[in-house]
Design a protein around this ligand. Structure first.
Ligand SMILES: [Zn+2]
Length: 198
């Protein structure tokens, strides 16, 4: 039987996305064996995440400053907002500077199965940003999954009465495709060919 310390760390790691109990235990053993070489770097990186990272109150991005670097950048186009499901999607789109506007992170997608309702997502704050004015275009960059598309249509409906152009990423995104798995060329193409939501 494993020690209490190992069990505690395994249980904590098993909560990470993509890691089940089995792979969490393997990761813990890997760390134990490399206590001297790999652990110090990991510990200091975790400490930095704990101490320095905050959520942007405007867009939901995670950064060392609030508002985040993107929202604070006056060279960015204030008139377009790209709406994404998660921070990882924002980073994927921003990695190659594909989009020159600002972002809005929903914090998930509508899902009857998982019980995620509109009020669980940052939709109200998006409407407020649009209502404040100065926004011409809202790009809905949801994943090409059923739930992603349901979310996009719901948001489009809520934005109907505002004088903004609503576009979405072009088809050609692989169905079921998650943005942060796509290469930059595919993402750039999907953004360039974005079209009105129909
Ligand atoms: Zn921000």
């Amino acid at each position: 039987m494993a020690s209490q310390e190992i069990e505690r760390l395994s249980a904590a790691l098993a909560q990470l996305p993509g890691l089940g109990p089995r792979s969490a235990r393997r990761a813990v053993l890997w760390l134990v064996k490399r206590r001297e070489s790999a652990l110090p770097g990991l510990l200091s990186a975790l400490g930095e995440v704990r101490d320095r990272l905050v959520e942007c109150s405007i867009c939901g991005n995670v950064d060392t400053q609030a508002p985040c670097g993107i929202c604070a950048d006056t060279k960015r186009d204030q008139r377009s907002i790209c709406v994404v499901e998660d921070v990882s999607d924002l980073w994927a789109l921003d990695r190659a500077r594909l989009f020159t506007g600002r972002y809005h992170v929903l914090g998930g997608k509508l899902s009857a199965l998982d019980g995620v309702r509109p009020e669980d997502l940052a939709i109200g704050s998006l409407l407020e940003r649009v209502q404040e004015g100065g926004v011409d275009e809202v790009v809905l960059a949801m994943n090409a999954t059923l739930e992603g598309q349901t979310t996009a249509h719901y948001i489009a409906e809520r934005l109907e009465d505002f004088p903004v152009r609503i576009t979405q990423l072009a088809h050609g995104l692989p169905v079921g495709g998650e943005l942060d798995y796509l290469d930059e060329g595919t993402l750039a193409q999907a953004l360039r060919a974005r079209r009105p939501l129909g």
